[in-house]
Design a protein around this ligand. Sequence first.
Ligand SMILES: Nc1ccn([C@@H]2O[C@H](COP(=O)(O)OP(=O)(O)OP(=O)(O)O)[C@@H](O)[C@H]2O)c(=O)n1
Ligand SMILES: [Mg+2]
Length: 409
Amino acid sequence: MTLRTASLSLSFPDLPCDLDLLPTSAYLVGGAVRDALLGRKGAYVDLDFVVPEKSVETAQQIANYHRAGFVVLDEARQIARVVFPQGTLDFALQEGATLDKDLRRRDFTINAIAYNFCQQQAIDPLGGIQDLQRGIIRMVSPENLKDDPLRLLRAYRQAAQLGFQIDNDTREQIRLLAPLITRIAAERVQSEFNYILAHDLGNKWLQYAWEDGLVTPWFPTVDREKFAEIESVAISAKYLVNKWHNFGENCPKWLYLAKLATLVTQKPEIAESELEKLKYSRSHIKAVTATVKHLLYLQTLTSPLSLREQYFFFLEAKKVFPILATRAMTVGVDSAILIPLIERYLDKNDLVVHPQQLLTGNDLLQELQLQPSPIIGYLLTEIKIAHIEGKVSNKQEALEFASELLKRN
Ligand SMILES: Nc1ccn([C@@H]2O[C@H](COP(=O)(O)OP(=O)(O)OP(=O)(O)O)[C@@H](O)[C@H]2O)c(=O)n1
Ligand SMILES: [Mg+2]
């Protein structure tokens, strides 16, 4: 088997380690070679090296020399990582007897190019450089997709990230193999979905992945309309960013959660189990299910909420309000209902969203000579609402209001 080689000088200005420490037989592989050939630069250095022997020892030596972090990632496959503040270098033992065999076990041709720093030479047995030039994601073989079905989803994620197309035969194979995606550890699937959701072009590729059968096993109620909704989620978020400075800061996170809240079944318990299956964190699950729940509520309303209703609404919905507002705009909740809520939320001094306590439970116990009981909580709530409604404005008035309430009940 002849290796297709090309003399090439790739530059890695952010390389955190001394090149002289690399064994001459070390080859850079995977995403770093692909991205360098494309002139793409990530925020984080993530370099994968393949060596024919002593991968763990090599990593250890480089870590020692630079006083960098060192961790063995996979004892059986002899993969170790050197950790620098600006990124990581992974060293793996070549899989198979030769580098060529190692490259032929990988997912796509564009990811199966190796680069040797000493010889300044690229090894490209599968025509990856040509595919890079054409912007095509092409499988190495159907067997390789079967070997690790996460690769099915990686195709769409990388197409989104690189602005590439998936080759027709590859997409055909992916459709055939799509049911295998359920065999993959949920954490790995989640991470691919997260990349896709976070990317501007992600929606289009998520829709293709859905058309090809890779989304339904995880989000069974997704249909074509959902993708139109996800598209407008981004537009709603832009509207909110313009209105609200704080939203801008957290926009990527909220936007991503609003997209996730679009994908799940619009019933809180079912949404919860879908996200649990994908091993989402408790805080993500809580945010999404609360969004689904409050959205259903807003959709049932036929007229604006009273101040009292708004108080109870924000008590529960405040934490997820930006996500909820993004979703609510998307599904067309009546603006007569929604806009006043948004305006309120944007006002830092708004009493409905940020109710003030004119007095404490202890004040009530002492001044009105009460015993501790649930009545205290009830009174405190009613005082807050009376304050919002402009019926009381200081501690004295609040006490009088509370004793009136007690007399009436
Ligand atoms: N399921 C996978 C994961 C990875 N790889 C191979 O391992 C390399 C490094 O993997 P990873 O860092 O996960 O992906 P990258 O392609 O480098 O993409 P990213 O920019 O996300 O790091 C890939 O390029 C590919 O050659 C693979 O064949 N199959
Ligand atoms: Mg990588």
